[in-house]
Design a binder for this molecule. Sequence first.
Ligand SMILES: O=P(O)(O)OC[C@H]1O[C@H](O[C@H]2O[C@H](CO)[C@@H](O)[C@H](O)[C@H]2O)[C@H](O)[C@@H](O)[C@@H]1O
Length: 292
Amino acid sequence: MLHYGTVVLLLVALDSLGAVTIDRAGAAEPWASIVEKTRTSPSRSGFYFDFDGTLSRIQIDPATVLPVSGAVESLTRLVGLVHAVGIVSARPVDFLQSRFGEVPGVALHGLYGLESWESGTATSSPDAERWEPVIRALLARARAELPGEILIEDKRLSMALHYRRAPQCEDRALHWGRDQARRHGVVLEQGPYTVELKPPVDRDKGTVLAQAISGLRCVWYFGDGAPDLAAFRALDGWSAGAPHRTAVRVAVRHPDSDGALLQEADLVLDGPDAVPGLLDAVCTALDHRPKG
Ligand SMILES: O=P(O)(O)OC[C@H]1O[C@H](O[C@H]2O[C@H](CO)[C@@H](O)[C@H](O)[C@H]2O)[C@H](O)[C@@H](O)[C@@H]1O
C-alpha cells in the first residue's frame, strides 16, 4: 500500500529544489513506488555514491577538491536511517577518508575497489599491492619527462595525469601513457582531461557494488562518469528477474557527464549541488516511516 502523504512530501521537496528532473519514462516502476519501498524497508536499503562530479564539483586541481556544501551532513543523516551508505570512487581511500572520515559508518571503496575502508578496517587487493613499485617508478618518470602543465596525481596503487588546465597537452599525456602501459603492463583508462594508469586487476565499480549489496532490497547509486556505468549495469543484473529488489540509478549532469549514463538513469540531477537537497528530501521521507 502506498503512503501517499510521505510520497507527496518527498515530491514537493524535490520540486522545491528546482534543479531536479524526474524522468522514469519507460521505466518499469513509478517513482513514487520506489521512494515508498525505500521508506518501508530502510534496514534493507543502501545508498552508494561516486565522488568526483557527483558529490563534488569538477575543478582544475584534483588535490583541493571538497564535497559540495551539505554533502557530509546529508550522508551523516542518511547513515542513521538506512542499512548502508558507501562511496565508490577512483580516488584512494586515504583521500576519501580526509573528506568523509567524520561520517560515522560510511563505507569507503577507493581505486575502483582495490582499496576499502569499512567499520574501521582497511583492506587492499594483494594483486594490486604488487604493483606499487611499478607505479612509484612511473610517477618518477612522469615527473622527469612530462611538461609541468600536466598535473600528476599520486594514488599509490595507480596514478593520473591531468591536463584540464592545458588541453593542448592531451596528445602528449596519451602517447606517454600508452607507451608506459605497453612497456610495463599497466592499464590505461582515459577520463575527462585525464589519463589514468592502474594495475591490471579485474575490479570495477560494478564488482564493488555487486559485492556490497547482495543482502539488500533497495539500492540507490549516484554517478556521473563512464566508470559509473559498470555500477548501473551491476544494479541491472542484481534487480533483473527479482521483483523484490529495487534499483534506483541517479545520474548527475554537468558538462563532463557521460552521455550513456544520463540516458540510462532513472533520475537526472542538475549538478553535484543538487545531491544534498535530494538526500535531505529522501531522509525527510524516511524520518516519517512508521515506528516499531
Ligand atoms: O570515481 P571518481 O570519484 O569520479 O573519480 C574519477 C577521477 O576523478 C578525479 O578526476 C576528475 O576530477 C578532477 C577534479 O575535479 C578533474 O580535475 C579531472 O579532470 C577529472 O577527471 C580524480 O583526480 C581522478 O583520480 C579520478 O580517477
